[in-house]
Design a protein around this ligand. Structure first.
Ligand SMILES: [Zn+2]
Length: 210
């Protein structure tokens, strides 16, 4: 999980969210009225601000890992936030399915847009943990099962990412000059916010002192 910054609200949402909310509230059976947040301008802006990744597990959204617009506070809890720009992000199907309608005002889910979530979760290799005593972080990790065998596919992809990083680091220590600089650039790219699983890879790099 990385800290994320909200981009400006897309024009189509800014112009319409109030009436869209009213229309959806008056007819909740209409898929057309419900899914207007899937508008291409809205989704593309969300994909841009999450760097094309799930806001929770950092999987790249694509053919292998489908993703969709996610309501941080579920609409079933507060329908007025159904088209609220600050309530929307991107989550992969696997995280979305696990989070479902979780909401507890006293024990809020980690919000990548609010505060320093990067220091609240701990990367134990491909498994995610939490700072001792940080209940919202523990609840989020346990709910998303980011520490669990049920996410075997995710953990396997994260191990492959660590393996790739390990190979780069090993070569980095064997070479000099331009090649060393190029390998360092490749390593830095893997821990940049744009990269898949960069929170974990950044932690691995910290362990290596790179
Ligand atoms: Zn995810």
């Amino acid at each position: 999980m990385r800290n994320l910054d909200k981009l400006p609200i897309p024009e189509v949402l800014n112009d319409n969210w109030i009436q869209w909310t009213e229309q959806y509230k008056s007819d909740k059976t209409s898929a057309t009225k419900k899914y207007r947040y899937r508008h291409s301008d809205i989704k593309s802006t969300l994909v841009e601000e999450t760097k094309s990744k799930c806001a929770y597990c950092e999987s790249k959204i694509g053919h292998n890992t489908p993703g969709d617009v996610e309501h941080k506070t579920p609409s079933s809890v507060n329908i007025d936030l159904h088209f609220d720009w600050t309530n929307l992000t991107i989550a992969c199907t696997e995280c979305n399915r696990r989070k479902l309608t979780y909401f507890d005002a006293q024990k809020p889910f980690l919000d990548p847009y609010d505060g320093d979530v990067e220091n609240r979760v701990i990367h134990l290799g491909p498994v995610v943990g939490w700072q001792p005593g940080d209940e919202p972080a523990e609840i989020s990790v346990r709910t998303l099962e980011l520490h669990d065998n049920s996410r075997a596919g995710l953990i396997k992809r994260k191990i492959e990412a660590i393996d790739h990083l390990n190979n780069l680091v090993a070569r980095y220590h064997q070479v000099d000059g331009v090649m060393k600089e190029l390998l360092l650039l490749s390593i830095q790219k893997l821990k940049s916010k744009e990269a898949e699983y960069s929170g974990m890879l950044k932690a691995v790099c910290d362990n290596y002192g790179i």
